[in-house]
Design a protein around this ligand. Structure first.
Ligand code: DOR
Ligand code: ZN
Length: 435
């Protein structure tokens, strides 16, 4: 394998506190050295002038739809979309059909990912069998087969006793539970945030409490049991306050924000725009600002896309009939740069940390850093690259994005997985199968 030296870039490696101009030496798929020394003739040189050289991004919340809904996405198209967005590791949620609730499902995913994935795929399993919220899945088997977490994402776990047992069980494996916090009695038939705007729209709403009350419950249970919870896609101000409070008590809780929740409000559903229909829903400007503040003060540790592709014909249904979700792999990092970094809310190093070091630490995966000896998963972004979101050019099969037509500043130019290009000059390189 070629020996590559990435020169003249601004290296951002939050795990090692590095933010300086250095050359990155990659040999045999491994980071060898970060140094100021100029490469000799035996190194292929990649010029990263004006760019940031970062660990490959990790998106710990995506839906790749395989098995069962390959019309919406496959491991192949979903990992191509990841590569296009500079994401070198993805964590697909287990709400496929069948759901991933045993070792066979995890093994299937790993097999397909090895054969067809452009980037690394880290499987997870469900917390409960069939996502039904009643009996626990074969969590021990799921972990032994290689899952890095469990989640019933897509549905809230309504039974507190089940959640407590899951936390007790997962504690043995030091495994985090990724929480989709939703009280379905409170969210009921709601299709958007419940507030002034849902009244104007004449649509049934989901109150913020359908999320916040469940987060409070799960934090209290985690505290009692000594377990670990990671709150997915935080949408409400009160949820931020609750996570902040429990962190101050030393509870092992982490939080995640999506680009749509830090960029948009419920007014995006104006015109009954189904591309803005998502679970949990986009909320008010006060909630959006609270999510941004919680990212800035460290209450929320992770940014993840919740990439949720759906068929065009489904999103063309009436608002209340259309499915929840939007694609995000190809716009996530650009929105982080455009909204949060250029917006002055996060430093470059903190932004990179939320998409690399923190998800890697939460999941216990050996990724998210440029330390010598680490796998050479690397992303090189041009923070000034101005581009327009054109869904028809996406690698994902999904076209369901509320960001179509947006002009964004910042984009990943090149990405490497174990030292091999999967994105070069903004074009996806088909490098399958990965080493
Ligand atoms: O909007 C969403 N879509 N939220 C979820 O929790 C699930 C996801 C999906 O699977 O489509
Ligand atoms: Zn979810």
């Amino acid at each position: 394998m070629a020996r590559l030296c990435i020169v003249k870039g601004r290296v951002l490696d939050p795990a090692n506190g590095i933010d300086e101009r250095l050359n990155v030496y990659i040999d045999d798929g491994i980071i060898r050295e970060l140094s100021e020394a100029a490469p000799g003739g035996e190194w292929e040189v990649l010029d990263a002038s004006g760019c940031w050289v970062m660990p490959g991004l990790i998106d710990m919340h995506v839906h790749l739809r395989q098995p069962g809904q390959e019309g919406k996405e496959t491991i192949r198209t979903g990992t191509r979309a990841a590569a296009a967005g500079g994401i070198t590791s993805v964590v697909p949620m287990a709400n496929t059909s069948p759901v991933i609730d045993d070792a066979t499902g995890v093994e299937y995913l790993l097999r397909i990912a090895r054969a067809e994935g452009l980037v690394r795929v880290w499987p997870i399993g469900t917390v409960t069998r069939e996502l039904a919220g009643r009996e626990l899945s074969d969590i021990g088997e799921i972990v032994a087969a290689g899952a890095v977490a469990v989640s019933d994402d897509g549905r809230g776990i309504m039974d507190g006793c089940v959640m407590r047992r899951a936390l007790q069980y997962c504690k043995q494996f030091n495994l985090p539970i990724l929480i989709h916090a939703e009280d379905h009695n409170l969210s009921a038939e709601g299709v958007m945030h419940e507030g002034a705007f849902s009244t104007i729209m004449g649509l049934p709403g989901q109150p913020s409490e359908s999320e916040s009350t469940m987060v409070a419950r799960d934090c209290l249970l985690a505290e009692a049991v000594g377990g670990r919870v990671h709150v997915c896609h935080v949408s409400a101000k009160e949820t931020c306050d609750i996570i902040r409070f429990f962190k101050s008590r030393g509870v092992a809780v982490t939080g995640e924000a999506t680009p749509h929740h830090f960029s948009l409000t419920d007014e995006a559903v104006d015109g009954y725009n189904t591309h803005a229909k998502v679970s949990p829903p986009l909320r008010t400007e006060e909630d959006r600002a609270a999510v941004c503040a919680a990212l800035a003060d460290g209450t929320l540790d992770v940014i993840a896309s919740d990439h949720a592709p759906h068929m065009a014909i489904e999103k063309e249904l009436e608002f209340d009939q259309a499915p929840f979700g939007m694609v995000g792999l190809e716009t996530m990092w650009a929105l982080v740069l455009d909204r949060l970094v250029h917006g002055g809310l996060l430093s470059p190093l903190e932004a990179v940390r939320k998409c690399t070091e923190n998800p890697a630490r939460i999941l216990g995966i050996a990724r998210g850093t440029l330390s010598p000896g680490a796998e050479a998963d690397v992303a090189i972004c041009d923070p000034e690259w101005e581009w327009r979101v054109e869904p028809e050019k996406f690698q994902t099969k999904g076209r369901n994005t509320p960001f179509a037509g947006w002009k964004l500043r910042g984009k990943v130019r090149d990405a490497l997985v174990s030292g091999r290009f999967v994105l070069r000059e903004g074009e996806v390189v088909d490098a399958t199968p990965l080493p």
